[in-house]
Design a protein around this ligand. Structure first.
Ligand code: TRP
Ligand code: ZN
Length: 867
């Protein structure tokens, strides 16, 4: 059967070849008219001295209507070039040449949101990874770095603002139209190109760099959102200062701009001097944005800013090296957030995210190395493995070298490779060179997929305490055999009172063991009974197996000074209880009675750090619990989870009640402590409602009616809706009336409903997809419903109806936006864990979607459907 999509091709790292020609400069003219935009480009080509000599060169171009091509002033006829399947090849090129092309594109019809497209009446671009080829002919690969000079032309009244990278150098107007020319002095790959034309409001400020240069900071959004830009501006200034102080990196242009757009496939994009952001990652106001939203804005603004050095000044040689910029930049933004807020809470939050999202990816059909060796669509490899595991690999290097040497190594990296496109190996080389360490085995972290399992056994004999470590990485698709990795294990041994005992004669209280073999033992001169506090700070991204006794877990939770180890102890206690309930071995009330004294301790100390307490008191998700039991029985998991929560709600009723009432603030504050208190109160209210307390609905409704901020309002709404309390329906209607014009708030309204635990929610989801405010073309809205259903509501998702609703939605999204469809399809990765009859139903539906799917979606489904 004839399909609309091109043949699927695989790109391999081992086939990498440098480009035959370089593009020293690009002069672009983008002439925007309703319905059609004409792009004229002039490329200064020069034979690449570092490539095998060749006189032919390939340029990418997709969805372009070619109007003319000229080489060194001579118009090319069809016989002079070859243009097929998105590739334009020119042969018999001289040493240097100028290629001029004129093409037409149709941004108004672009729903895939890559290249030039429209969002709420403004034109904007997204070029990473391979969007630039949808704008003009170009070698669309990150190792071609060029100086860009861009002229944007449009109707002056409708598009008073015309932006591109760098500095504005010329402008003019004629007959109601105007134009602005921008010049970016820094050579860059085309994936960092950006352009915006629109009518936007601007928040302006300045930043004086460490060397005394004044930089204009301009944040742009739709006029109605001008009051939601202050937090992003503060975050940006903090990030700029932090990068100077922590990495010695200064900003390099005279202007830094951020534009907020409503239609965006990802979080944000680090285009040189002109970041483009999903509104959800830049707009923030206490009335409309939750506390988590505020923190996300801070970290994404910083992330994109940090890319100016880790990504832009030093970029990637090819897309297999994506984690070179993403893993490093995530590590940088995590450390920044730790410095801006509570470091312990930040670390636990990051680990929680990694363990609950990246680990499942690494253990399923989509598992791939941090430096993949092949892909079909690179868009599908913007994954948690590249970002989050990549950040952990950089973090391990940070700890192996120590802060000081690490800084020397990054200085070397930025100096040596400034203005170049390099590899993950180049990064590690700097670490090895500065420290003198042999990093050969460490590099396996980049090439080997899968989550290592580290099992530990303790043995006590007289005054000898020994720990034996065994590492094992299960096979992943295409990688059957695994080799031992370098695993740093930070540890302490805690006595009965939770104090660390001496590990050697000198009284060392904490140490780091560097494992590099399949099995290794270590001995400590310790005679008393101890509790090992292992993998402190989550010193390596591994699954740690140790047969802790319940009293040891209680000791860790009560006394460990390491935030990660406390959290991990709590998780182990919860999982142990939940596992028994899932297997039908336990009784929820008895489990809750057993857990109560341990949790009470946490609650008693909650005042020290309410956010930390909230993390410790939060049960693992149903999804995480489901991953521990095979085959997956979603309703059994749901019951076990609900029963334990209910029992905990009852046993600690008076504590939940007093937390719900006493943490009430009378005045709005946005600092970390206030946010932590709100988080803890929302959690307490959730437990109170789970326990069926008669006051829960009243407290929730009161909070909902008179909230100080969105975290309170949404927290209350969530409790009402998720526990199906009286007043829930009315609250939902009221909320929708109040917030109908605030898209980001309405996203929350959709997702709070789609994530209400329980099978019957699938009917709600069906209604939500048909709701007049649902819009298939807005990725945020699609994620709010489908992401919530598939990612956090396993008992509704894993039903015959769930599979039908999901797959038919997937097909609809795919016709508009293949990148988003492929991302959402990842939620089907647990297919092979379902029991046979369920699996058969879901498999059949996925197969039929796959037959008509885009290459993006097809790649993901093929991996999932593979036996
Ligand atoms: N580089 C972006 C980041 O900071 C990622 C990104 C933004 C992206 N938009 C995209 C990747 C669209 C692929 C497609 O993480
Ligand atoms: Zn990034």
């Amino acid at each position: 059967m004839e399909t609309a999509h091109a043949a699927v091709t695989t790109t391999r790292l081992k086939d990498y070849l440098p480009p035959a020609y370089l593009v020293d400069s690009v002069t672009l003219d983008v002439d925007i008219h309703d319905g059609v935009t004409t792009v004229t480009s002039e490329l200064a080509l020069r034979r690449n001295p570092d490539a095998v000599i060749s006189d032919s060169m390939m340029f990418n171009g997709e969805g372009l209507t070619l109007r003319s091509l000229a080489l060194d002033g001579k118009v090319l006829e069809e016989a002079d070039y070859h243009y097929e399947n998105g590739e334009l090849t020119l042969s018999r090129l001289p040493e240097q040449a100028t290629l001029v092309s004129v093409v037409d594109i149709e941004p108004e019809k672009n729903t895939a949101l890559e290249g030039l497209y429209m969002s709420n009446g403004m034109y904007c671009t997204q070029c990473e990874a391979q969007g630039f080829r949808h704008i003009t002919f170009f070698p669309d690969r990150p190792d071609v770095l060029s100086r860009f000079r861009t002229t944007v032309r449009a109707d002056k009244k409708k598009y008073p603002l015309l932006l591109s990278n760098g500095n504005p150098v010329e402008q003019g107007e004629e007959d109601g139209r105007h134009w602005v020319t921008w010049e970016d002095p820094f050579p860059k790959p085309c994936y960092l190109f950006a352009l915006v034309a629109g009518d936007l409001a601007c928040l302006e400020d300045t930043f004086t760099t460490v060397s005394g240069r004044e930089v204009a900071l301009r944040l742009y959004a739709e006029h109605r959102d001008l009051d939601k830009l202050d937090h992003a501006m503060e975050s940006l200034k903090h990030a700029m200062r932090w990068d100077e102080e922590t990495y010695g990196r200064e900003y390099d242009l005279d202007i830094y701009m951020i534009v907020a757009v409503s239609h965006f496939n990802m979080g944000a994009m680090e285009n040189k001097g002109l970041n483009i952001f999903n509104t959800s990652c830049v707009l923030a106001h206490p009335a409309t944005t939750t506390d988590a939203g505020f923190q996300r804005v801070e970290s994404v603004v910083a992330h994109e800013y940090f890319h100016n050095w880790s990504g832009n000044r030093v970029t990637c040689r090819d897309w297999f090296q994506l984690s070179l910029k993403e893993g490093f930049t995530v590590f940088r933004d995590q450390m920044f957030s730790a410095d801006m807020n509570s470091a312990a809470v930040q670390r636990v939050g990051d680990v929680d995210f990694l363990v609950n999202h990246q680990f499942p990816e690494d253990q399923g059909p989509m598992a791939h190395p941090v430096r993949p060796s092949e892909y079909q669509k690179i868009d599908n490899f913007y994954t948690l493995t590249i970002y989050e595991k990549g950040a952990e690999i950089v973090r391990m290097q940070y700890h192996l070298l120590g802060a000081e040497q690490f800084r020397k190594a990054t200085d070397l990296y930025f100096e040596r490779f400034d203005g170049q496109a390099v590899t993950c190996d180049d990064f590690v080389d700097c670490m090895a060179e500065v420290s003198g360490m042999d990093m050969a085995q460490f590099r396996r972290w980049y090439s080997q997929a899968g989550t290592p399992i580290l099992s530990v056994e303790a043995e006590q004999e007289g005054d000898d305490y020994s720990l034996t470590f065994r590492q094992h990485t299960p096979p992943t698709p295409g990688q059957a055999d695994k080799e031992p990795l370098v695993i740093p294990v930070r540890l302490a041994l805690l006595d009965k009172n939770g104090a660390p005992v001496a590990l050697d004669q000198d009284g060392l209280r904490e140490t780091v063991l560097i494992l590099d073999q399949q099995a290794q033992s270590f001995h400590f001169p310790v005679s008393e009974s101890v509790t090992p506090s292992l993998l402190r700070g989550f010193s390596a991204p591994v699954v740690l197996e140790f047969d802790y006794r319940p009293d040891q877990l209680a000791t860790l939770l009560a006394h460990d000074t390491d935030g990660y180890c406390r959290w991990s102890a709590a998780q182990r206690l919860y999982f142990a209880a939940l596992d028994r309930l899932v297997r039908g071995q336990g009784n929820a009330d008895e489990e809750a009675v057993r857990l109560a004294p341990v949790l009470e301790q946490v609650i008693d100390r909650a005042g020290e750090d309410p956010a930390q307490a909230a993390l410790l008191l939060t049960l693992p998700t149903e999804v995480a619990l489901g991953d521990r039991h095979s085959p997956l029985d979603p309703s059994g998991i749901h019951m076990a989870h609900q029963n334990l929560k209910q029992a905990l709600g009852k046993v600690l009723q008076s504590q939940w009640l007093s937390l719900s009432e006493n943490l009430l603030a009378t005045e709005l504050q946005m600092d970390g402590v206030a946010m932590g208190r709100r988080q803890l109160r929302n959690l307490a209210l959730d437990y109170l409602a789970a326990g069926g307390h008669h006051e829960a609905a009243r407290i929730a409704v009161e909070l909902f009616e008179l909230p100080l901020c969105m975290s309170e309002e949404l927290g209350a709404l969530r409790v009402l809706v998720h526990h199906r309390l009286p007043g829930a329906e009315q609250a939902l209607q009221q909320f929708a009336r109040k917030w109908k014009d605030e898209a980001l708030v309405m996203d929350q309204w959709f997702s709070v409903q789609a994530s209400a635990p329980g099978e019957m929610t699938i009917d709600t989801v069906e209604r939500l997809l048909a709701h007049p405010a649902f819009d298939w073309k807005v990725p945020n809205r699609v994620r709010a419903v489908l992401g919530a259903l598939a990612g956090s509501n396993p008992s509704a998702f894993n039903t015959d109806k769930g599979y039908k609703v999901f797959t038919s939605a997937l097909a609809t999204v795919d016709e508009l936006n293949p990148q988003i469809a492929a991302r959402i399809a990842n939620a089907a990765a647990r297919l092979h864990r379902l029991e046979p009859s369920r699996q058969q139903v879901f498999r059949g539906l996925l197969k039929s979607v796959s037959e008509k799917a885009s290459p993006n979606l097809r790649e993901v489904l093929a991996r999932i459907l593979a036996e």
